[in-house]
Design a protein around this ligand. Structure first.
Ligand SMILES: O=C(O)[C@@H](CO)OP(=O)(O)O
Ligand SMILES: [Mg+2]
Length: 401
């Protein structure tokens, strides 16, 4: 029933106005699924390779479609993704492009779910999933590679850890976003928004910490449950080989100073989450920081692990971090992403399913998070391509998908 009978690929817009790949998968019994590739700006050195959309589409038409159409069942995700790997023939998807691969992988999963008449999370996770929901980490203030003349730290993330439901968590994050707008206005600080919809004021990182602290406290009082916050430092973007350290507007921090700085902020603000606090090549520094603060906060590897089981295994062996960011396009298929989540779970690491800074209205990651019982999802706080996922989570919780 789920035998793939056609795949159509096209170029569509992403949220930055760049071209990305959209895939439609059709099956023998009339099943249909559509997937779109997101795209990063602060990409990790070890990520799967995204090709220009036109090129990725041409290569996938030539190499992947003949191995999928009439050959593979969309309902069998491992077969679909194995065929994509075989068609690609490299270990980083530079043959057909991770953007074509992930769009087809996600479209096939949705076509498989469509044939079953089941929600995507249930097709991916089974009937016993769908009762646990991830806590959404909402990007509220940001800079780094996502906005010019703003904070050095890439993302200040609200974390509504005490929310009784996804719906309340999502609204709490939006309220923190609004509260920060009001605080910025009170301080006469004009602010545009960065790529993910976070405020991008021209303030020091220290001032951003103060503003976040005030905003989450105010909103927590209003909503009546605990809201903490966390960071994506995007340390690999700050680290400079030549400077032999982390380059901030107010100076360079050595690796030891960076560890001390982040550990100090975890203490001072009770941060519940720190992503990529250190460079993507420095397992040892990740391990040092984890030894210091790993019992009180999540130390999450994004560029460090790039959703890759081998890099994650190396991190587990080194006690580097206690959490992994999961981005399907960083590794190229849903199978690879689920394998990374399963290894993380088996090793006591928490998974945080994540969007990219360049996004589309695709909602697959909301389903992936629920399907795998991931404790967190990072997918912004406001903005259409972000609310697409957040509103889908609300619908999943409401049994309305
Ligand atoms: O660093 C990150 O975690 C992501 C998403 O927030 O950014 P980008 O997609 O630019 O890599
Ligand atoms: Mg990151």
């Amino acid at each position: 029933m789920t035998l793939i009978t056609d795949i159509r690929l096209r170029r569509v817009l992403d949220s930055r106005g760049n071209a990305t790949v959209e895939a439609d998968v059709l099956t023998e019994s009339g099943g249909f699924g559509r997937g779109k590739a997101p795209s990063g700006a602060s990409t990790g050195e070890y990520e799967a390779i995204e090709l220009p959309a036109n090129e990725a589409i041409a290569k996938a038409r030539e190499e992947a479609l003949p191995r999928l159409i009439g050959e593979v069942h969309a309902g069998n995700q491992r077969d679909v993704d194995a065929a994509l790997h075989a068609a690609d023939g490299t270990d980083d998807f530079s043959g057909i492009g991770a953007n074509s691969a992930v769009a087809i992988s996600m479209a096939a999963a949705k076509a498989g779910a469509d044939v079953l008449g089941a929600p995507l999370y249930q097709h991916l996770g089974g009937t016993f999933r769908g009762n646990e929901y991830p806590t959404p980490l909402g990007n509220i203030i940001g800079g780094g590679e996502h906005a010019a003349d703003a904070t050095n730290i890439q993302e200040f993330l609200a974390a509504p850890v005490g929310a009784p439901s996804v719906e309340e968590a999502v609204f709490a994050n939006a309220a923190v976003h609004q509260e920060v707008h009001d605080i910025l206005a009170d301080r006469d600080l004009p602010a545009g928004k960065g790529d993910e919809g976070a405020w991008a004021p021209s303030v020091s990182d220290d001032e951003a910490f103060e503003i976040m602290d005030e905003a989450v406290e105010t909103v927590a009082d209003d909503f009546g449950f605990a809201i903490s916050f966390g960071l994506d430092v995007a340390g690999a973007e700050l680290y400079d080989d030549e400077a032999d350290g982390y380059v901030y507007d107010d100076g360079v921090k050595s690796t030891e100073e960076q560890i001390e700085y982040i550990a100090g902020k975890v203490e001072e603000y009770d941060l519940v989450y720190v992503e990529d606090p250190l460079d993507e090549n420095d397992y040892e520094a990740f391990a040092d920081l984890t030894a210091q603060v790993g019992d009180q906060t999540l130390v999450c590897g994004d560029d460090l692990f790039v959703t890759n089981v081998e890099r994650l295994q190396a991190g587990i062996n080194a006690d580097a971090g206690n959490s992994i960011l999961i981005k399907p396009n960083q590794i190229g298929t849903l199978t690879d992403a689920v394998d990374a989540i399963e290894l993380a779970t088996a090793s006591g690491y928490e998974s945080v399913v994540s969007h990219r800074s360049g996004e589309t209205e695709d909602t697959t990651i909301a389903h992936l998070a629920v399907a795998t019982d991931a404790p967190f999802i990072k997918t912004g706080a406001v903005g259409g391509e972000r609310t697409a996922k957040l509103n889908e989570l609300i619908r999943i919780e409401d049994n309305a998908v």
